[in-house]
Design a protein around this ligand. Structure first.
Ligand code: ADP
Ligand code: MG
Length: 240
């Protein structure tokens, strides 16, 4: 599980995370919604140790991410992350791109890495694209490749940061379907998303972020269908 306790994070004088508490249980899907600049991306970066925190704690399976003694590279292997866009290596095929981390980071043999990569590419519906170069893929296919690449490391957790927001509207569905499939598989996930309907459908809980804090949290029915706080109501109105 992911346990976030009283986390504060600043960039210089600018405090962007102001005491966040959030627990994500094994198998749970938690969506984070909220306005631009509210600290959603920063929180994800803090969860996998890409950004330092000033105080508080973030534990993943009981290990403190921000302890000096923690092997952060090892911990990161179990946390896959998918961003708005991932720049694949253009001179490598889709398959080779997905094989890279299992080979370099996990030390798998070429054959082992290829097996894992082919399996994950099949899983995200790109089985017929393994031999092509990333530049020939649509935006939606590229995002599914990014998901396959993360899955090839056999993560226990997946973090998504607006994985569909750079896509043309007609390509969003295929990526959301892939995320939904992972949810059905029981993957533990934190989804930062603008897709409110999707968040409502796929999440166990939804957190509305505002001004560096979890402003309202609960089931999708509570937060999206029956928000209690005026700011949550206003935000949902603004995006609907
Ligand atoms: P969100 O993802 O909710 O839009 P972010 O986490 O990206 O918000 O940003 C929160 C705040 O932190 C914003 O004011 C942003 O400008 C600031 N910020 C984010 N990253 C950095 C950085 N590397 N250096 C300085 N300020 C940053
Ligand atoms: Mg962001």
């Amino acid at each position: 599980m992911i346990e976030i306790n009283k986390v504060h994070k600043s960039f210089g004088d600018l405090e962007v995370i102001k005491g966040v508490d959030l627990t994500v249980d094994k198998g749970e899907v938690v969506s984070i919604i909220g306005g631009s600049g509210s600290g959603k991306s920063t929180l994800l970066m803090c969860i996998n140790g890409l950004e330092k925190i000033q105080s508080g704690s973030i534990r993943v399976d009981g290990t403190e991410v921000h302890d000096k003694g923690t092997d952060i590279n090892k911990l990161r292997q179990k946390i896959g992350i998918v961003f708005q866009q991932w720049n694949a290596f253009p001179h490598l095929t889709v398959l080779e791109n997905v094989m890279l981390a299992p080979r370099k980071v996990l030390g798998k043999s070429r054959a082992e890495a290829e097996e894992v990569a082919v399996n994950q590419l099949n899983h995200v519906g790109l089985g017929d694209k393994i031999k092509v170069f990333p530049g020939t893929l649509s935006g939606g296919q590229q995002q599914r490749m990014a998901i396959a690449r993360a899955l090839a490391m056999s993560p226990d957790y997946m973090l998504f940061d607006e994985a569909t927001s750079a896509l043309d509207p007609q390509l969003v569905g295929e990526v959301l379907d892939t995320v939904r499939m992972l949810a059905d598989d029981g993957m533990t996930m934190v989804l930062v998303t603008h897709e409110i309907h999707f968040a409502r459908d796929v999440s166990d809980r939804v957190a509305f972020f505002r001004n560096g804090l979890v402003h309202e949290i609960g089931t999708p029915d509570q937060v999206i269908n029956n928000p209690q706080k005026p700011e949550t109501i206003a935000f949902l109105k603004s995006v609907s």
